[in-house]
Design a protein around this ligand. Sequence first.
Ligand code: PLP
Length: 281
Amino acid sequence: GKIIFNGDLKSRSEVKVDIEDRGYQFGDGVYEVIRVYNGELFTEDMHLNRLIDSAKLIQMKVPFTIAEIKNRMKELIAENQLKDGIVYMQLTRGVSARTHSFPTAEVEPAFVAYTKEMPYTGKMKPGVNAVTTDDIRWLRCNIKSLNLLGNIMAKQQAVEAGCDEAIQHRDGTVTEGSSSNVSIVVDGQLKTHPATNLILNGITRQVMLKLCADHGIPYVEEAFTVEDMMAADEVLYTSTSVEVTPIINIDGQSIAAGEPGPITQRLQKLFSEEIEKQCGS
Ligand code: PLP
């Protein structure tokens, strides 16, 4: 398959990362993952706006417009004949002799994008198991930064426990998953952490909240505790990869009856309809 390296379509094997790329040395950059359904980008404007926002928050310039990136992504999808999958893209502060402070203004950011297949079934997903873990990350989790050590350490804990996701909390207050947002349902109301500096404001989370608003599902953006979560009627998590997925067991304990709840199932269905509407898959 082909990839994009600084504006050009290239073969994967042609591109070598410089040992002094700041993404490689410092994790100094930002990224996005956009889902492709039926050959069409899903919610790409929201993702690309977030990429620009993330770059701005680390004072990094973006050498392309959103329209330019979008056109490049469409070329890449067509070239790789991608039907269902993702586009991964990242932008680093570029290549320059190693020193912590920013390189001089003439150093251009380095952009890489590639595609990966990911099947889409449109079917309801069965519930998954999760573990809870301390949120050890920094205080700018709203930036989709390449620095993912805290997230990696959390996910590894989940994998070692035979679970799909790690739910992070700060002093007992749930923030988000290692690569997802977490919501609970109590007495018919969905509750999810507000979009502060402590979480990444997931695009899937935003789409889900819009679906709640449009379809009369009560919701509130309010933090909840691990205790609230363990006692909730439903727990679910959302991301570009998992879409809307029920969590039915946490730390070895069943959530309610230990099966996907009605609000989660309704949101899964509404989310599939949104995909259908936007991408006609
Ligand atoms: N939170 C974190 C830490 C993530 O890494 C991700 C996605 O990878 C999300 C939330 C969900 O974001 P989105 O729905 O935009 O994929």
